[in-house]
Each structure stands twice: as C-alpha cells, then as structure tokens.
Design a protein around this ligand. Structure first.
Ligand SMILES: [Zn+2]
Length: 391
C-alpha cells in the first residue's frame, strides 16, 4: 500500500453534488488522499490523516481528469495544405481521408508508434487522463489490425472504424467493401478493439450499411458507437438509439426528433467543437440537448483532417462561446460526460473508490478553462494517483 495526500486545494471539483456545492460538487480548502491509485478520502485540507507522501498544491484548482471519448490518433502524413485550402474557401468533404490512408499504409510500426506517442503526450499535457482511439486510416485487413494493435499499446479504449470511408480500390463498390469490413477485417481487428464504429453520413456509409457494420461488430463481441449527422441528417441518430450505441458523435445537424430519441435513450450525445471549428461548419446548439435532458459529452475528435487538436480546454471554450454550453456544462461534458460515452464508471468524477485521475490547474477556478482560451493552465496531470505530466 502506498498513500499520498494532495493538500491545500483552493477549489476542488468532484462532479458529485453530495461532496460539495452545486452540480460540480465544489469544495474549497480541500484535500484528497490516494491509496493504491484510487481515491480513499476527500475532505478538508486541515483534517488530512497520516500518509506516506504529502503534496501541497498551494491553492490551485483540481478537477477530474478529462475523458476524451473520440479521437483518431494512429496515422501518418500531414494535411496542413488541405486545411489551408479549406480556409481559403473550399468546403470539407469526407474524401480527404484518402490522403492519410496512403501515408498510414506506407508507414512503419515505429513511425506510427512515435506519432501516436507524440499525440498522447499532448493529451496528457492538456489534462486528458482517459482517451479513446479509432482505426480507420488503413482500410485494409492487415493495416486496420496493425493500427489497432498500436493504439492498444496506449489505451484500452480502442475502436475498430474500418467503415470510415470507402477506400479508392473499392470506388463505386461500397457494398463489397462493407462485406470485407464485416468479414475478414473484423476478424483480424476484433482482438485489438473494444468498440465498433461507422461513419454513417452523406458521402460515407448509409444507414443500412452502418447497421450491418455495427451488428457484425456486436456479434463479434464489440460495443457500438457511431459517427452521426456531421455532414447531413440521414437517420444515423435513429440507428444509434435502435442499436443502443454508447455514443452518437458529431451531431452537427440535429432534428427535434433526433433530440427526443437521444434524451429517451442511454446513448450519449457527443459534440466535437473542434470539427466545426476546423471545417468552418455551423455549430449545433447544445441548449436544445440540455433542455431535453440528453447526456452530453465533449471530445477532441483529434484527427489530421477535420480537427487536429488535443486540447480539451480549447474544445470547451468553443462549446461555451459558440454552442450554448455554460462553463459548468462544458466541464461536466468533458469529464463525466466522456466517461458515460465510454460507459465507464471508474473515471470522470472524484469520489471514494474511483481511479485517482485528476488535473491540477494554475487557476483559481475551473471557469478559467473557457474564460482564458488558448492559455495552457494545466500544472500537472495524474492517472491512477501517479503524475503523467508535470509542467
Ligand atoms: Zn471521428
């Protein structure tokens, strides 16, 4: 057994209203005690018992670690020219993924591993303690399995997204490609993946194809999640709810009916502000989701084509500025919302028995995360009671 006390926390966000003020359960002058990687005690800083180690954060803010439930981290190549062209007036379409596919297939394991490690270290620096990573930049049997195997070296939350886009060699033969995805590709990928995902949208896969992919994944022991309504509303949200997907992600185009379906389900509405930002798309109004009682998450969607950011704070700032979140709703969505989108109960809040995943902020309040956009406020990031990043 090893124990450590984090003391002199000026403002502690627990996400548990039983532990402090408001929905965020905020305590002042607080301390937490971590034993063997889990939260063992939360209380007043002056009442901390004896521990092996004691670390004072001198009045800083502590929040639960961010849970980034949507990212695409294993890839090679650079698409900054495409971004530049888009910012010069061209519109985003799903086809740009093909550039990354060619580079990823050609890259060595070492290159892919080094690229991923670089992004993971950025996530740590931005306060992310749990993250998901999808395949979908290889689109052939061998390389989809290879990129998932590499992703699994970094996280247990790996997602098979063979149905990201139809690769060039299957042009005009999307159904044949779906057969490959649900057949040989799924068999090769499934031992490296926890989740199955599909890009169900205009220019990607239609609802029937998406249903076939998700059902095959579930039959193979994976759990479903979905890319829905980024480019158009073709019925992906209805499918998400029909199949009890853990999360429907993007939701840029959202009908009242979709909102009603989501709020009556266990499917989390995951918004990806970085995607609208980087594609100059219109932002969805999250107030409609909150008013209906839906569970909402915010994730980075870190990917080279449409949202190349690892900063949860940046995504939260956009959500607050442009999507109608309050700072409180943004923090909940980026922590416990993300945990729910991954159906995790051990992360996303700070309560006795949960994994000791938290972030120390150089700020007097969590509100600074969206109040000071673009400013790096993370002092240290802790996973399982150990520092994974220290400024
Ligand atoms: Zn995505």
């Amino acid at each position: 057994m090893s124990s450590v006390a984090i003391t002199d926390i000026g403002s502690l966000v627990t996400n548990d209203s039983d532990l402090g003020d408001g929905t965020l359960g905020i305590r002042t002058n607080a301390a937490i005690v971590v034993v063997d990687g889990k939260i063992a005690w939360i209380g007043d800083s002056k009442s901390v018992g004896v521990t092996d180690n004691r670390i004072s954060v001198a009045g800083k803010t502590v929040i639960p670690g961010f849970v980034d439930s949507h990212a695409h981290l294993v890839f090679a190549g650079d698409r900054s020219e495409e971004f530049s062209a888009r910012m010069s007036g061209e519109s985003y379409s799903a086809g740009g993924i093909k550039t990354t596919v060619a580079a990823t297939r050609a890259a060595s394991d070492e290159t892919l591993r080094a690229n991923t490690a670089g992004l993971v270290s950025e996530l740590r620096r931005s306060g992310v303690t749990t993250f998901e990573s999808k395949s979908g930049y290889a689109l052939d049997v061998e390389n989809e399995a290879r990129t998932l195997r590499i992703a699994k070296e970094f996280t247990d939350e790996t997602t098979f997204l063979g149905a990201h886009v139809v690769p060039a060699e299957f042009a005009n033969r999307a159904d044949d490609y779906v057969d490959l995805v649900v057949g040989k590709m799924l068999q090769a990928a499934k031992s490296h993946a926890k989740w199955i995902d599909v890009f169900c949208d205009k220019g990607a896969f239609d609802v029937d194809q998406a249903r076939a992919v998700l059902r095959a994944g579930v039959a193979a022991g994976l759990q479903p999640r979905i890319h829905a309504n980024q480019l158009a509303d073709i019925g992906a949200v209805k499918l998400a709810v029909e199949l009890d997907c853990a999360s429907a992600d993007h939701l840029t185009h959202l009908s009242d009916k979709d909102i009603e379906l989501l709020s009556g389900s266990k499917t989390v509405a995951t918004l990806l502000p970085g995607a609208e930002f980087s594609t100059k798309s219109e932002y969805p109004d999250a107030r409609r989701l909150f008013a209906a009682g839906a569970t909402v998450a915010i994730a980075t969607d870190c990917n080279p084509g449409s949202s190349f950011t690892t900063s949860m704070a940046f995504c939260m700032a956009i959500a607050v500025r442009d999507m109608g979140f309050t700072p409180e709703q943004a923090l909940l969505a980026a922590t416990i919302g993300g945990a729910k989108a991954l159906r995790r109960e051990d992360v996303g809040a700070l309560r006795v028995g949960m994994r000791a995943d938290f972030v120390v902020l150089n700020a007097p309040s969590y509100i600074h995360l969206s109040y000071r956009p673009g400013v790096d406020l993370v002092d240290s990031t802790w996973v399982g009671g150990k520092t994974v990043y220290q400024r």
